[in-house]
Design a protein around this ligand. Structure first.
Ligand code: PGA
Length: 252
């Protein structure tokens, strides 16, 4: 477990720049209550500039929800890691199940994106997690192992400066969260696998977030698990008061 936690807000395809400004201002108003908890916001690309104006002078980090693995080129509708950096981002979410599910992102594509992000100095939040049918058929660990090994293929220990988010697909946007025990079990597995993969016990410094229907009311139970280093929050991050409450509960 890390000695400080990270709570990240994934705003998905919500907020106009104006709405993003209002939401960010509300969150920033409470920043003294965050204590040592790191906070990162992931607005849609079109709201990055608006959020940056407000968080620029704070410790709150800014990130993109996705990026392409090339630096530039004829890829209509895409943005690159360099563009995110130049827009004030220090982080990027990669491998989110919605990207895998709706946009055909494979482990191989995610691997290329992770390499690129790390290469340009963005800290990725690398998301992985099993579907309900995979869990029901006892394949959870098999799926996690596959996503982890393929996603990180070819990366050396020095390069792996990332955050992992365990997000069971069945818990995302469903209101059904994994129990703290289920999440801790998956986190422990990922930590062990990664240590074995890299051959170095880096597990102490590795930050593993839980994501999937995180709300203020369940945050305390989740954070009671020492394996859980923070949360990737979707819908509850669109309500400033609720998001701030989750951040407060992450204080150690
Ligand atoms: P949720 O989303 O909190 O709305 O379930 C989490 C995520 O997709 O990162």
């Amino acid at each position: 477990m890390k000695n400080s936690r990270l709570v990240a807000g994934n705003w998905k395809m919500f907020t106009t720049p104006e709405e993003a400004r209002t939401l960010t201002s509300e969150i920033v108003r409470h920043q003294t209550a965050f204590g040592p908890v790191e906070v990162a916001l992931f607005p849609p690309f079109t709201s990055l500039a608006a959020v940056r104006e407000i968080v620029g002078k704070t410790k709150i980090r800014l990130g993109g929800q996705n990026m392409h693995f090339e630096s530039e080129g004829a890829f209509t509708g895409e943005v690159s890691g360099q563009m995110l950096k130049a827009s004030g981002c220090s982080m990027v979410i990669l491998g989110h199940s919605e990207r895998r599910q709706h946009f055909g992102e494979t482990d191989q594509i995610i691997n290329r994106k992770l390499k690129k992000a790390l290469g340009v100095g963005l800290a990725p939040i690398f998301c992985l997690g099993e579907t309900l049918s995979e869990r029901k058929s006892g394949k959870t660990f098999e799926v996690l192992e596959r996503q982890l090994t393929h996603g990180l293929e070819g990366l050396s220990f020095d390069e792996i400066k990332l955050v992992i988010a365990y997000e069971p697909v069945w818990a995302i946007g469903t209101g059904v969260n994994a129990t703290p025990q289920q999440a801790a079990e998956a986190h422990r597995f990922l930590r062990e696998k990664l240590a074995a993969l890299i051959g170095v016990p880096i597990t102490q410094n590795l930050c593993i977030l839980y994501g999937g229907s995180v709300k203020a009311e369940i945050a305390k139970g989740l954070f009671a698990e020492k394996e859980i280093d923070g949360a990737l929050v979707g819908s509850a991050s669109l309500k400033a008061a609720e998001f701030v409450e989750i951040v407060k509960k992450a204080r150690i």
